[in-house]
Design a protein around this ligand. Structure first.
Ligand code: APR
Length: 238
C-alpha cells in the first residue's frame, strides 16, 4: 500500500485542506459512529442524542453523549495526527465536535457539525449562546441567562448547518491543491460534497481510512489505508 508521502509528496503542495471525521479522534479515546465497533452499534442510545426531532426530551442524552465526548477529548488532548495537520499548516474542516484540532494549534478550524465546547439556550426567545462550561456549572446543565434548559451547540440530524461554515468549507475545498479526507466514512452530506468540489478545482484528492467500507468515492484520486496517527505523522515529517 502506498504511503501518503508517495501519493502526495509533502513539499509539492502549498494549500492543503483536511476534512476530518471521527476516525482521527479514535486515538484520543473517542468512538466512531458507524461500523462494527461504532457507537451506533455498541451503544444504540447514542442514536437518541442525534436527532433534533426528539428535543427537548433528549437534552439529557445530548449532554451525556456530546458532553462526554468533549470531556474525554479534554482529558486526552490532541493526538499526533491532529498535531501533524497543525504542523503541516493544513486548513482544517472537521465533522468532529471535540475541539482537538484547535487544541493542536490549527487556526480557523471550520466545525461543520458544531462544537460540544459551546452551548445554547433551548428557548429561542432567550437566545443565549456561550461556553458549554457555563451551562454545565448547573445540574442539569441550564442557560446561565434565563435558567431554562440548555443544549450542546452540536448540529443534530434534522438541523441545518451554519451557512457561514458551509461557505467557508466550500471555499477551502475549492482553493486547495491537496485535499485529504481523514477518518470519515464520507456518508454524511454536505461534508461528503467537499471532495468533488476540491477535485473540480484541480486538487489532488486522497482518502485516508483505516477500515474503508466499500468502493472509493470517484472524487478521490487515491486511498491510503492506514491509521491516521501513522499516516499523517510520517507524511508531516517527510
Ligand atoms: N485512522 C483512520 N481512519 C479511521 C481510524 C483511524 N485510526 N479509525 C476509524 N477510522 C475510519 C473508519 O474506517 C470510518 O471510515 O473513520 C471513519 C469513521 O466513520 P464514521 O463513524 O461514519 O464517522 P464520521 O465520518 O465522522 O461521521 C460523520 O455522522 O454521525 C454523524 O454527525 C456525526 O459527524 C458525524 C458524521
Amino acid at each position: 500500500m502506498a504511503e501518503l508521502a508517495e501519493v502526495a509528496p509533502r513539499g509539492r503542495y502549498l494549500r492543503v485542506c483536511a476534512l476530518t471525521g471521527a476516525g482521527i479522534s479514535v486515538a484520543a479515546g473517542l468512538g466512531t459512529f458507524r461500523g462494527p465497533d461504532g457507537l451506533w452499534t455498541i451503544a444504540p442510545d447514542v442514536e437518541r442524542a442525534m436527532h433534533a426531532e426528539l428535543l427537548p426530551g433528549n437534552v439529557d442524552a445530548l449532554w451525556a453523549v456530546w458532553g462526554g465526548m468533549r470531556d474525554t477529548a479534554e482529558r486526552s488532548g490532541p493526538t499526533p495526527a491532529h498535531r501533524a495537520l497543525a504542523a503541516a499548516g493544513a486548513a482544517v474542516i472537521t465533522q468532529n465536535i471535540d475541539g482537538l484540532h484547535q487544541a493542536a494549534g490549527s487556526p480557523g478550524v471550520v466545525e461543520l457539525h458544531g462544537s460540544a465546547g459551546r452551548a445554547s439556550c433551548l428557548d429561542p426567545f432567550c437566545g443565549w449562546r456561550g461556553p458549554a462550561a457555563q451551562a454545565r456549572e448547573l445540574d442539569p446543565p441550564a442557560c446561565p441567562s434565563c435558567g431554562g434548559p440548555a443544549r450542546p451547540a452540536v448540529v443534530l440530524f434534522g438541523e441545518n448547518l451554519d451557512t457561514g461554515n458551509l461557505t467557508a468549507a466550500h471555499a477551502l475545498a475549492a482553493s486547495c491543491d491537496l485535499f485529504l479526507a481523514i477518518g470519515t466514512s464520507g456518508r454524511v452530506a454536505p461534508a461528503a460534497w467537499l471532495a468533488p468540489a476540491a477535485r473540480q478545482a484541480g486538487a489532488l484528492c486522497v482518502n485516508i481510512d483505516l477500515h474503508p467500507d466499500g468502493e472509493l468515492d470517484p472524487a478521490f484520486h487515491a486511498r491510503v489505508v492506514g491509521d491516521a496517527q501513522d499516516v499523517l505523522v510520517s507524511w508531516a515529517l517527510s
